[in-house]
Design a protein around this ligand. Structure first.
Ligand code: AMP
Length: 351
């Protein structure tokens, strides 16, 4: 057990790290953030900050030595440099990162655990893409296998001619069939060091241009009916990875059951509502899990909960939101409200 007073290292200095550090502070821990970007929202609320590149093994080794346990909020740290952190000190385990870093690996892993992803084919050349489009058909989406997020690194393909006209954005891509879904939802779970798994209620997630805009509870029946099968898959994936911490799997609810989209081996935007909407937030339970503490109750505390992301200039509504009863505003300390940038979120609790 890592006791309060100890130092938790957080790889990644964004808003997820910031909210993790706030939850950790409440339980009496100190946090040490690591990020190459000096302008870090997490560093603002951490006791220590290492600003160094992801590939700097020496800096990662020193960082790990200064921490009692290390976790991550950013999943694209490469396996090579990550080896500078002793395996027993890093939770979730690095295997979870390796699987989730690559869209083909994560889909294959979900399949091997009995899940059903969208049909997909790895693409490394224009010929591969033509073959993939012929095999899977259109519409489909070409995605980078690594480092895509918030809809970045994705190209919609509506016809074989679209594929021919596309200048391939490099190699290491995946083409996947477009899923005609009724709704999107996520399974957010926490797995303790002793293997105990707890789930939060699954929110209905709405995305615009690939970016999450809202997560709402209760979810519609099209989602609720598919949650048991989706939970079973997520728990199986977590077990196969010897996972410790919060893990999220995103799904499409379809007429033929849940289709696995992707997994995040970390706290997730669709779980931000748990700060005010659940007995124990995803951030607190992540800290509890990686420190070997008992897990907290994941029950939803209100009949209606809705999280809205404040993206780009949405943040200009902050003062208005503060005047709303039942609204909980979170701002991430980012100075520049660029288009598509997550500036904060608001959770509205309906009693
Ligand atoms: P991703 O980064 O893969 O989660 O994609 C971001 C969003 O794009 C998803 O949440 C969906 O709204 C949409 N999307 C991605 N892949 C597919 C797909 N195969 N079929 C339909 N919509 C998709």
């Amino acid at each position: 057990m890592i006791l309060p007073g100890a130092t938790i290292g957080i790889l990644g200095g964004g808003q997820l790290g910031r909210m993790l550090a706030i939850a950790a502070a409440q339980l009496g821990y100190r946090c040490h953030a690591y990020d190459p970007n000096p302008d870090s929202g997490a560093a603002e609320v951490c006791a220590e900050f290492t600003c160094a590149p992801w590939i700097d093994r020496n800096a990662l080794g020193l960082f790990a030595a200064a921490c009692d346990v290390v976790t991550f909020e950013f999943e694209n740290v490469l396996a090579g440099p990550l080896a500078a952190i002793p395996p027993g000190k890093l939770w979730p385990p690095s295997k979870a990162l390796e699987v989730a870093q690559d869209r083909c690996n994560e889909k294959a892993f979900a399949e091997s655990s009995g899940g059903r992803p969208a049909p997909y084919v790895a693409v490394d050349s224009a010929e591969d893409l033509a073959r993939a489009v012929e095999r899977i058909g259109t519409p489909g989406i070409l995605k980078t296998r690594r480092e895509g997020y918030d809809g970045k690194g994705q190209w919609r393909i509506d016809s074989p001619r679209d594929a021919e006209g596309l200048r391939l954005p490099g190699t290491n891509l995946v083409y996947e069939g477009f899923i005609d879904f009724a709704a999107e939802f996520s399974v957010i779970l926490v797995r303790g060091a002793d293997g105990e798994v707890r789930f939060w209620d699954s929110p209905h997630n709405v995305h615009r241009s690939g970016i999450l805009t809202t997560s709402t509870l209760p979810a519609p029946s099209a989602v609720v009916e598919q949650v048991p099968a989706a939970r079973a898959l997520a728990a199986k994936i977590a077990e196969a990875l010897d996972y410790v911490g919060v893990m999220t799997c995103e799904f499409f609810a379809t007429g033929t059951g849940p289709v696995f989209n992707e997994m995040a081996p970390r706290v997730h935007n669709s779980g931000h509502w748990t700060i005010e909407g659940a007995e124990t937030s995803q951030f607190e339970n992540h800290v509890r899990a990686i420190c070997g503490l008992p897990l907290g109750d994941t029950r939803t505390v209100a009949p209606r909960v809705a999280m809205e992301n404040l993206i780009g200039r949405d943040v200009e509504r902050a003062a208005q939101i503060l005047a709303e009863p039942g609204a909980h505003l979170h701002l991430y300390g980012k100075a520049e409200a660029r288009d598509g940038r997550k500036m904060g979120h608001v959770t509205r609790i309906g009693r």
